[in-house]
Design a protein around this ligand. Structure first.
Ligand SMILES: [Zn+2]
Length: 289
């Protein structure tokens, strides 16, 4: 039986990262699953609170479980950016493999206290569940932004990272290391890439000694991603790039068949478009040429 903990252990041994891809429908789930199968690497499916509300918490859990069982593959499910105990509780009870409990908007002390409580509650529901905590500011929303937010004041320090992990007992930490949710228009056009603070990642890893997640990976410089993984990043989140690919694929399917009304003839274009992005990101994260 595959477990996310085992898959994370493997990333440490092989200096690779697990690709985390957000899905909002069956099209995106099919695309992520197909890419993972093709490259024979683990994939982590993410659903934010909004995405979960659309698909259904128990429904996405059943879909991912059915793929894992039928194909005996390493596909896992993460409750991305969960802001309340109630929503975390629902995901834990539905059988999610991991939960990002995100109170990073609160002052540090409050974030520590409430995340610690959440870890205790969630582990009592499912001891195998992995809980990720977040400190620092990486902006909000996997959308296309007009202007870059100033996130320089919200970078995570190694000492804060250590204190947070030691006090809360989270399994995984999401630091702010130059990453940002969403993409700027110039990044969508390919004129600009996100850059990461690699030495900060290495220092945080050294201090916190837990698996690290890089949120907001869309539009990041490829070489920076490779160096971030070498410095200790174990999971990389990609969402905005997939949303763009989903829309472009859907538009292509509609434009190529203006009179078609069968969804299963239109939607494969979106599956292929999203899958291409997932494949290229998985190759990079897993060092596959
Ligand atoms: Zn995120």
């Amino acid at each position: 039986m595959h477990s996310l903990s085992d898959a994370l252990e493997q990333t440490k041994k092989n200096t690779v990262a697990i690709g985390h891809f957000n899905v909002a429908d069956l099209v995106m789930l099919k695309a992520v699953f197909a890419a993972g199968q093709e490259l024979k690497v683990p994939v982590l499916v993410g659903v934010s609170e909004g995405e979960r509300e659309f698909i259904g918490v128990r429904q996405i859990a059943a879909l991912v479980r059915s793929l894992r069982e039928e194909f005996d593959c390493a596909i896992f499910l993460n409750a991305d950016h969960t802001h309340s105990i109630a929503k975390a509780d629902a995901a834990a009870k539905a059988g999610f493999d991991a939960i990002v409990f995100d109170l990073s908007a609160l002052p540090f002390e409050q974030n520590v206290r409430q995340t610690k409580e959440a870890v205790e509650i969630l582990k009592s529901i499912d001891p195998a569940l992995l809980v990720e905590g977040e400190i620092g500011d990486i902006g909000i929303g996997s959308e296309i932004h007009e202007e870059a937010p100033d996130l320089s004041k919200g970078l995570t320090s190694p000492s804060e990272a250590k204190q947070f992990v030691d006090s809360t007992r989270v399994d995984i930490l999401a630091p702010a290391v130059g990453n940002m949710h969403g993409m700027l228009n110039s990044m969508v056009q390919g004129q600009r890439r996100k850059r990461l603070d690699i030495s900060r990642i290495a220092e945080i890893k050294n201090a916190a000694r837990v698996p690290l997640t890089l949120h907001g990976g869309s539009g990041t410089d490829d070489e920076d991603l490779r160096r971030a993984i070498a410095a200790g990043i174990n999971i990389v989140h990609i969402n905005t790039e997939l949303r763009i690919a989903w829309r472009r694929g859907l538009e292509e399917g509609l434009a190529k068949q203006p009179h078609e009304i069968a969804p299963y003839k239109i939607l494969p274009f979106a599956v292929e478009s999203v899958s291409q992005v997932v494949r290229s990101r998985l190759r990079l994260f897993n060092g596959i040429r």
